[in-house]
Design a protein around this ligand. Structure first.
Ligand code: ADE
Length: 224
């Protein structure tokens, strides 16, 4: 998989790809992540990437020119399965959407910023809009990092135990069961007996019961 992220604040996207699981996925060449600075494609003499809204609204709007130039350059180099624009108006990201995105080969993500982007970008240049939740961020970079992280970890081979993503919360519309590690008794706070029993079938049944119980209590909407 290859992910190209288009942003006016590339610095915001440095750290998320330099640690832990995602870093190893890149090192193992299971995914390539390329960050592009939209400003580098501006034909404006001050490398401007935004301008005043024609409607007179307060706040700057991202201009179409540098975005269109960059998107077209990338599209000439390879076919993109999707060109995502991060926006609070978009389709809400959920596990099902992550699963679908994780099967794609080339993904482009355009990070929104300021008061938004010229509507012609949304009408003509992107293929879908994704929101990470019903709240407004100051820019789309963190949303792009979240979208990327949530799909990279699903690529086969990225997690050491390939099956473990299958048992994530939400994969069966159920939250994951609680987990424990040593010591079995910490200051009187004990690990459930069943987990120490060595009876894997009983443990699996317990995990499923716990998942259902947790989901009922914390996210009953998932069971509908
Ligand atoms: N940009 C600003 N807010 C956002 C959100 N909730 N999701 C995706 N992109 C955004």
């Amino acid at each position: 998989m290859r992910i190209d992220i288009l942003t006016v604040v590339p610095e915001l996207l440095e750290s998320p790809f330099q640690h832990s699981i995602i870093k190893r996925a890149i090192e193992k060449k299971l995914v390539e992540v390329h960050i592009h600075n939209i400003r580098d494609y501006s034909l404006d003499k001050h490398r401007k990437t935004d301008d005043y809204a024609f409607s007179g609204d307060a706040g700057m709007v991202m201009t179409i020119q540098p975005i269109e130039t960059l998107i077209n350059k990338l599209k000439k180099e390879r076919n993109y399965d999707t060109i995502i624009y991060t926006s609070p108006d978009g389709q809400r990201l959920d596990q099902n959407k992550c699963n679908n995105l994780s099967t794609l080969t080339n993904i482009m993500i355009l990070c929104g910023h300021y008061k938004g982007v010229d509507q012609r970008v949304r009408d003509y240049l992107i293929t879908e809009e994704i929101s990470i939740g019903d709240y407004v961020l100051s820019g789309g970079e963190l949303a792009a990092a979240i979208i990327s992280d949530s799909i990279i970890r699903l690529i086969p081979g990225v997690l050491s135990d390939e099956t473990s993503a299958l048992f994530d919360s939400f994969q069966d519309n159920l939250l994951a069961p609680p987990v424990y590690t040593r010591p079995a008794d910490y200051k009187g706070m004990k690990v459930p007996e069943i987990l120490l029993s060595g009876n894997q079938k009983a443990i699996d049944n317990w995990k499923l019961e716990q998942s259902i119980e947790r989901t009922k209590q914390l996210r009953p909407d998932l069971l509908k």
